[in-house]
Design a protein around this ligand. Structure first.
Ligand SMILES: O=C(O)CCC(=O)C(=O)O
Ligand SMILES: [Fe+2]
Length: 116
């Protein structure tokens, strides 16, 4: 990403080397009335990049694209990479952070692991 921004690779490394990396696990139990609930409300991640693994291949993650919520269909062994707010700032808006949320369903629990 730094390369496509025309940055010196060292500068991108320097920007992030003092940073912290966290990991969280999200558990969304089945909800009897999913239309009245939200698993995780709309937000963008306050980091450079966030890497998401949708563990049990249940749908729920949605990203806002052109004002519309689009479901991110889970793929086996695939990560979703979100551009976060810090990357938006570092890139002067060339890489805008992605607004996303997690919906719940009445059928089955959903789990995700995120490192950010
Ligand atoms: O559960 C998900 O797929 C998304 C979780 C998320 O956006 C977060 O933990 O910041
Ligand atoms: Fe997030």
């Amino acid at each position: 990403m730094g390369k496509s921004l025309g940055m010196d690779p060292k500068d991108m490394r320097v920007l992030f080397e003092e940073g912290h990396q966290a990991m969280r696990m999200n558990y969304y139990p089945p909800c009897p009335q999913p239309e009245l609930a939200i698993g995780l409300s709309a937000h963008s991640d306050p980091v450079g990049l966030a890497i998401v693994l949708q563990i049990n291949e249940m749908e729920g993650l949605q990203v806002k694209k052109s004002g519309v919520w689009v479901p991110i269909i889970p793929l086996v062994n695939a990560f979703v990479v979100h551009v976060g707010n810090i990357m938006e700032i570092v890139s002067n808006g060339v890489y805008p952070s992605v607004e996303h949320r997690a919906a719940v369903n009445s059928v089955k629990e959903r789990l995700s692991i995120v490192t950010l």
